[in-house]
Design a protein around this ligand. Structure first.
Ligand code: PGA
Length: 252
């Protein structure tokens, strides 16, 4: 069985003081949350705090992630952070194509695919986010949307597609407290799994995370679904006790 992955997406939250308290709290509770099991735990932090959190997580078993990566290698791209720069800070995972970036920054499927490509070529695992809006779900387009989003990444990264992580994040569930039911989530995960299966013989290696109002109360049931291999956690990753409860649900 694949090791589950629990990734916190801090979004634009934190401060030097708050980050230290959060990471220390998680570190202190990690061993008892895990018991004898192993779960890969990642925190995806704002770019300016990568250096701080790199020091904080050293030797703790928590991996460092970024929330984005540039679709370009280097040069005149004001404000962007390249994959090579992330690598300098021991970043192991990079979220790409989060719906907030697709919506607020107009990121296209093709740009997301390029971001994944740059991450992979720097040895960073992209966490590729896909997910439908409420209007798309209500129009019966969920499957088409997530398949289109993933297809772009497969098209650009075919030969190393088994190295990615996918996160299914229904846009209507993000930050709303409205979670997809385990059945709804599992149905989409199964679609993504079969799309990956058609793309690579190593599809069983790919972890498909669920994200969207996953919390301490609903994590165990979501994580027990056959195709849910972990979670991408926003709000609940900012609270030590909640994040630890989710980690321990993944360790069951
Ligand atoms: P949420 O965010 O857990 O606060 O809904 C998840 C995400 O956007 O990654």
């Amino acid at each position: 069985m694949k090791q589950k992955l629990i990734a916190g997406n801090w979004k634009m939250n934190g401060s030097l003081i708050a980050n230290a308290a959060l990471v220390h709290g998680v570190q202190q509770g990690l061993a008892s949350a895990l018991g004898a099991k192993r779960v890969q735990v990642v925190v995806c932090v704002p770019a300016v705090y990568l250096s701080q959190v790199q020091q904080l997580v050293q030797g703790s078993g928590i991996d460092l992630g970024s929330q984005d990566v540039s679709a370009h290698e280097q040069g005149a791209f004001t404000g962007e952070v390249s994959a090579a720069m992330l690598k300098d800070f021991a970043v192991r995972y990079a979220i790409v194509g989060h719906s907030e970036r697709r919506q607020c920054h107009g990121e296209t499927d093709e740009q997301v695919a390029l971001k994944a490509q740059h991450a992979l070529s720097a040895g960073i695992t992209p966490i590729v986010c896909v997910g439908e809006t409420l209007a798309e779900r209500e129009a019966g387009k969920t499957e088409d949307v997530v398949k289109r989003q993933l297809a772009a990444v497969i098209h650009t990264n075919g030969h190393c597609i088994s190295e990615i992580v996918v996160a299914y994040e229904p846009v209507w569930a993000i930050g709303t407290g409205q979670t997809a039911s385990p059945t709804q989530a599992q149905a989409v995960h199964a679609v993504l799994r079969s799309q990956l299966k058609a793309a690579t013989e190593h599809s069983d290696r790919v972890r498909i995370l669920y994200g969207g109002s996953m919390n301490a109360a609903n994590a165990a049931e979501l994580l027990s679904q056959p195709d849910i291999d972990g979670g991408l956690i926003g709000g609940a990753a900012l609270k030590v006790a909640d994040f630890l409860t989710i980690i321990s649900a993944a360790a069951r």
